[in-house]
Design a protein around this ligand. Structure first.
Ligand code: ADP
Ligand code: MG
Length: 618
């Protein structure tokens, strides 16, 4: 008996949907691409319930005739390619004819469309497993697509959708990419009936300001424009100061299509090699235009990765374009690109603990560049204020007793046992302290030497104190005399709303405007300096957006860790004997003494025995 048969169209579509339609965001991506392929100048996007219950796209593109509308949701129906030659040089976003059939197999689909010169429009209603119906309607020219109850008939897929916030984040990011890739088009975006943005045709610079909230007031964006043969690299890269550890904005658009490419990101990064710390990522929004036949976009079902005919060539074009732009802004010496051996990267640390990277000519001593300086300088000097909470009872003899209270009060039995093994040796009486290179504290113990990282130790203490205050409901707020306004991106605002109650408990009392993405900070955690909020706040939000799905640490703990890190004294600060003693005693009273809330080690114990052995006493 034969066992092979051709799958019914409906099942084939559901299989294709597995690749093309993974989440509400992918539906939006496919539909907006269709609108752009139809030549739309204005595209409006509405979502409800993170796109799970409704996605509605409206465009003013060319529209469809009744006959086209009838076949559009059929498998492999496309108006965009006809021959294999067409496949070799794809100029449109779509070409597989898979999106509409896939969507129609996993959701309720409604398409309304009217050709520009037609009197009437048509409405198609489609439901999985049923024949679609078509009727005549009155409407404006263009196309409207409604996708309702995505995956309602595929519970397994529905279940795998993430929280609304996460699904919204995917959608916001995708809409953001379209906006950045096509500043010549108008995009309107509503989330649950509230306007996220309405950006009209503008320059790329204007679009970056509107969407990413990065303005050019401080000349932080550097224009890039370089053509080599048929390849053109244009757009903006960020001043080194804009480089970030997490969530740096990095966008590549290839002929208007967003692409991911680690390799090309590295090409940009390598242009900054001498300008930013190794763990930072530069900002960039770069368009790569090339001949359609020099690239294969048919290598990935969502077309987010592409294959270049000559990847090495593109790599060097991108790198050279970035190097050239930096050089024109006097950020790179003439020769960097191939870094001449006479230049040396020197990291200096000043009293306030802010490190700077200098590019120095080893022979002439000439300094080429000092990019890393950031604001908030005075805050570092003032951070002596972080000592004003000074506890009264920190005599070393009290330490053991306090340990017991902390342990019984805060830890479960099991945890106590686990942690007892890694407790610090107890310090008795007047132990000696030294500060080493303005960042480590040496403490003499009965059987050796403790080396304590002053920043990590202080951070651990502040973190535990914050968490304890939150646990007991003690106020940790300080009210700002002048409320501070912060301009956020729409994605950051999404996260702020999500974190609202945690931020409030932490001491951040906030107000949002009824429109726009500005928030007002009314109060802040007691430990933070006013001049630190802008950076701390951005870091809390970005950290959350980046790691929101990490298991383990609660949101509250992550926020507290960021606040503690910002508020803690920095490496590089000279400490008095008294300050050192406070830090050490505070650490001794911590629940966990060995690692800071971000997982970095705090102490290192060097046994006396080891010293004796090395120096021949044993
Ligand atoms: P593809 O985009 O790969 O051609 P789709 O399933 O996404 O496949 O769309 C099928 C066809 O429906 C398209 O080729 C196009 O002709 C038509 N179509 C889809 N959306 C629109 C729209 N917004 N405006 C005009 N035509 C559209
Ligand atoms: Mg399509």
């Amino acid at each position: 008996m034969n066992k092979i048969h051709i799958l019914p169209e409906f099942i084939a579509n559901q299989i294709a949907a597995g690749e093309v339609v993974q989440r509400p965001e992918s539906v939006i991506k496919e539909l907006v691409e269709n609108s752009m392929d139809a030549g739309a100048k204005t595209i409006a996007i509405f979502i409800a319930d993170a796109g799970k219950s409704l996605i509605h796209i409206v465009d003013d593109g060319m529209g469809m005739s009744r006959e086209d509308l009838e076949v559009a949701p059929l498998r492999h129906s496309t108006s965009k390619i006809k021959t294999t030659d067409d496949l070799a040089a794809i100029k449109t976003f779509g070409f597989r004819g898979e999106a509409l059939p896939s969507i129609s197999s996993v959701a309720l689909l409604e398409i309304r469309s009217k050709l520009h010169n037609a009197e009437q429009g048509w409405r198609l209603l489609s439901e999985p497993m049923k024949l679609p119906t078509i009727e005549q309607i009155q409407m404006d020219s263009g196309t409207q697509v409604f996708v309702r109850n995505l995956f309602y008939n595929v519970p397994a897929r529905r279940k795998f959708l993430k929280s609304n916030m996460t699904e919204q984040k995917y959608i916001y990011e995708t809409v953001q990419k379209f906006c950045l890739a096509h500043p010549n088009k108008r995009f309107i975006f509503y989330d649950n009936n509230s306007l996220v943005y309405d950006v009209k045709e503008e320059t790329l610079l204007g679009r970056i300001a509107n969407i990413l909230r990065i303005g050019d007031e401080e000349h932080s964006l550097i224009a890039v424009d370089m053509s080599i043969n048929d390849i053109r690299i244009s757009g903006y890269i960020g001043h080194p100061q804009l480089a970030k550890k997490t969530n740096a904005a990095q966008y590549f658009f290839l002929n208007g299509r967003h692409i991911n490419s680690k390799n090309l990101s590295y090409a940009v990064y390598s242009a900054y090699e001498q300008l930013i710390e190794r763990n930072l990522k530069p900002f960039f929004v770069l368009n790569i235009s090339l001949d359609y036949n020099q690239v294969d976009v048919n290598v990935h079902p969502q077309k987010s990765e592409v294959k270049f005919e000559d990847e090495k060539l593109i790599y060097s074009c991108v790198k050279n374009a970035a190097v050239e732009a930096l050089r024109l802004h006097n950020l790179l010496p003439e020769l960097v690109g191939d870094v001449p051996t006479s230049y040396e990267k020197v990291v200096t640390t000043d009293i306030a603990g802010v490190s700077e990277t200098l590019l120095v000519d080893k022979i002439t001593g000439e300094i080429y560049h000092t990019p890393q300086r950031v604001s908030g300088h005075s805050a570092e000097h003032n951070s002596i204020n972080t000592f004003h909470y000074r506890p009264q009872n920190h005599a070393p003899s009290a330490v053991a007793a306090i340990h017991k209270i902390y342990e019984s009060g805060m830890l479960g039995e099991e945890e106590v046992q686990k942690e007892e093994q890694i407790r610090l040796p107890e310090l008795d009486g007047e132990y000696n302290l030294w500060q080493f290179h303005n960042k480590y504290i040496f403490v003499e113990t009965a059987d050796g030497l403790l080396v304590i990282d002053q920043h990590n130790a202080h951070e651990r203490h502040l973190f535990e104190r914050l968490m304890e205050k939150i646990r007991t409901g003690n106020s940790v707020k300080q009210t700002l005399l002048f409320p501070l306004e912060l301009d956020l991106s729409s994605i950051q605002l999404l996260a702020v709303k999500e974190l609202w109650s945690e931020l409030d408990r932490m001491g951040f009392e906030l107000e949002t405007a009824s429109e726009g993405t500005t928030i007002t900070i009314l109060t802040l955690p007691q430990d933070l300096e006013i001049s630190q909020i802008e950076r701390s706040f951005a870091e809390i939000i970005d950290d959350y957006l980046q790691n929101e799905e990490l298991a383990g640490n609660s949101k509250q703990e992550r926020i507290a860790a960021t606040v503690a890190c910002k508020a803690a004294i920095k490496a590089g600060r000279k400490l008095s004997q008294e300050e050192m003693r406070i830090i050490v005693n505070d650490l001794l009273r911590c629940r966990m003494q060995h690692i800071c809330p971000h997982g970095r080690p705090i102490i290192y114990h060097s046994p006396l025995l080891e010293w004796d052995r090395r120096l021949g006493r044993r």
